[in-house]
Design a protein. Sequence first.
Length: 553
Amino acid sequence: MPPRPAQLARPARRRSISDPLAALPDPLAAALLPPPNETPVERERRLQAEADAKKRSENIDEMIRQNERQQRRKKVVKVLLLGQSESGKSTTLKQFQLLHTPAAFQAERIAWRFVIYLNLVRSIRRVLEAIAPEPDFDGFEDADDYDPVGNAPIIDISGRPSSSAGGIPGWDAYRRRLAPLAELEARLIQQLSDPEDNAEHEATHLFPPPPERPAPNAPGPSNYSLTYVQPPSGRARAAPTVRIPGGRHSSPASPTSPAALNNGSELSVRTGSNWMKAFTLGKLQSPKSAHSGELHGWWEDPDDPVHVLNYCAPAMVELWRDSKVQQRLCEKRLRLEESSGFYLDDIERVTAKMYFPTDADVLKARLKTTGVVEHAFTLSKGSEFRGVDWKIYDVGGARNQRHAWAPYFDDVNAIIFLVPISAFDQVLAEDPRVNRLDDSIQLWQNVISNKLLANVNIILFLNKCDLLKAKLDSGVRLNRYMTSYRDRPNDYASISKYFHNKFGAIHQTYTPNKERDLFIHLTSVTDTRKTHTIISNVRDFILTGNLKSSSLM
Ligand SMILES: Nc1nc2c(ncn2[C@@H]2O[C@H](COP(=O)(O)OP(=O)(O)OP(=O)(O)O)[C@@H](O)[C@H]2O)c(=O)[nH]1
Ligand SMILES: [Mg+2]
């Protein structure tokens, strides 16, 4: 009798290595075997059904895989920006925004106009103080240390007297011509404050203390001094209060205590406050009328700060270009062009009625951070990491802000730590006894030795390289401030390499995880092109490291 087709098929199926039944225990395999009397048509149907089932199963597998990929993308990569005050954390955050959420950056750009104005006014104030005769300082006996935006003072090792007696010729005329800026400064501070916030959270500014008794030649209302500004009245709440006592008088003081009001000098806006929204959504924000297409804008508002600035612009330009003024600044070793929020070389442009801040202007704007700023975005382009969610936390770097860092340590994937290596000849604004580089080294050591951070990716930005170059070119010698540098060459290449090795060696010595890679970049985070390349590399490094450590790759 010829063998039945099903019987012929059976041994062939058992031999197939792709046959799932081959691996089954015998009774089960037997139960799943095709019926012994299967006809060729039935067999065809059965095989078709099996193929369909396999396809369905593969589709389900693919769906599961896709779901897993999505879940992986939902993972949020958290990055913490650390470093002392003025190291460039907020500027780095702005660069992340510019690269990944450019629309939001553009939308906020107009709001920075006010901060830029304030930075400019503060610089003018510093120049006026530097050229003023001593008796008019009204509480600023040591004007060199006075720094309204928390600019770190430079250590004077020149051996020269720290200031020359007497104002420069023409000082009084400058002071009078620039008097409207004093009132403008107070107004800008108030506008940058958050009216919905309580005193604890509002914009901070340390006005110099009111003179207890009039100084012999105290300026009257017509020749207003920039060194003291009476907060404008008529506001429902108190005048801006002090959050962070700065300068030599720093001592713990409650934000509203008289001691705090009388000491130091800082400007900061509470992070998350509404100042940005208020300026971005202002009724005059749009430079173009929707209906007529004609140009309209803030310059049509007579109360807009631009009018005062525009009016004072010629005097500001004259002051800044005055050779006697420059000589006095030189004598006092005040290198304002290296300080934060420097716009004195752009007075005409910045004070023009239709001035709109450029990207570079926004990156240069200085506003001290208090609290923690969170910036969230999703990678939209560039590589396999599309769709990954990011959160970047920008913290305040001043000493009394650092307590806010630790709570982020156990839930962060990477830290970008910034060291302003140009600051080797400066002291902390909040404690003039401390050299800024020493403070950074100490801080670096503390962060990298922290056990909670043992498995966190660390990226070090040796920042402000542009300022370091300028400083070295102007003849400042590192070994006068850092004796361990000895007589090595005082050029940028040697010094940047020295810092690179030094910070790398500290990491190697103090890290609790010897396997941890450290990525060091020499940066000038105000330089957009170079910084974006670095950020892209850093981003990929963080993502690769992060996904590996979460076993998600
Ligand atoms: N020239 C130059 N300026 C820089 C660089 N990095 C930052 N700045 C400027 O330095 C100032 C301080 O930078 P921020 O980013 O505000 O410093 P921060 O670390 O956030 O300071 P805090 O908020 O006080 O902790 C700003 O005016 C920046 O524009 C740099 O690499 N080169
Ligand atoms: Mg900041």
